[in-house]
Design a protein around this ligand. Structure first.
Ligand SMILES: [Zn+2]
Length: 238
């Protein structure tokens, strides 16, 4: 599992180099193509059309991850790891993300007998930024006969609206609230003194925030975030 150095460099594992036919005596170009739906980057040693980036690989098998790719994957040099995957003689890499059990279906893959939309029936989710999670979801939502609208109005907190004739509304509301809570967590103004805490909203603003949510359970949790002990909420404990 190669870690990106603080200069943004990684060494490509030897089994991957073999698949890519890397010539260890010469430097050569590699073509990177970002696939948005899965947030992965395909690598090819033969030219591809419209590559996201072209990098040269040194004879030692080292490459520098281009800035554009680092931004697309939100990779932090010196911190993040990259995972390479080989699929039928093709190679892609992705940012290593912690995999955790899905909290909506408790790892069952089903919620109230319906396929869990949050983990796509897998029972586990990758811990990542909410906008990344939503962008993955948007690509597969149609498969679940769900349509999603995201818009930002007065609050500066994006509002997610889920529509489906496939799921009963009480089930869909739980899915929608999961993402809406994460959007609130991410976008609600934070305290300037303590950036890990929310800014204290007025009652009117809090009411507006709570109106983004469907279920009473979600409303109660979010209310506690803003009106909990000392009127501040620590983002790490839900
Ligand atoms: Zn699930």
């Amino acid at each position: 599992m190669p870690k990106i150095t603080s200069q943004g460099q990684i060494t490509i594992p030897s089994d991957v180099q073999k698949i890519l036919n890397i010539d260890s005596h010469n430097s050569q170009d590699l073509y990177f193509k970002f696939e948005e739906a899965r947030r992965i980057v395909w690598i090819s040693s033969t030219q591809v059309s419209y590559p996201t980036a072209i990098v040269s690989i040194s004879s030692k098998g080292q490459i520098t991850i281009p800035k554009k790719i680092r931004e697309l994957l939100r990779l932090t040099p010196g911190i993040d790891n990259i995972l390479f995957h080989i699929v039928e003689n093709n190679v892609y890499f992705e940012k290593e993300l912690e995999v955790v059990p899905c909290q909506i279906c408790q790892g069952e893959g089903k919620f109230k007998e319906h396929p869990c939309l949050v983990c796509r029936s897998s029972g586990s989710i990758k811990r990542e930024a909410v906008m990344d999670e939503l962008s993955r979801l948007l690509f597969v939502a149609r498969k679940y006969q769900v349509s999603i609208q995201i818009k930002t109005e007065s609050l500066n907190i994006p509002e997610a609206k889920f529509f489906s004739s496939n799921y009963p509304s009480d089930v869909l509301d739980v899915f929608q609230d999961y993402y809406q809570m994460r959007l609130i967590e991410n976008f609600a103004p934070k305290s300037l003194q303590q950036p890990d805490k929310f800014m204290h909203p007025t009652d009117i603003v809090l009411e507006e925030i709570l109106s983004l949510l469907k279920t009473n359970k979600a409303k109660e949790i979010v209310q506690r975030w803003f009106r909990g002990e000392g009127n501040v909420f620590s983002l790490s404990n839900t």
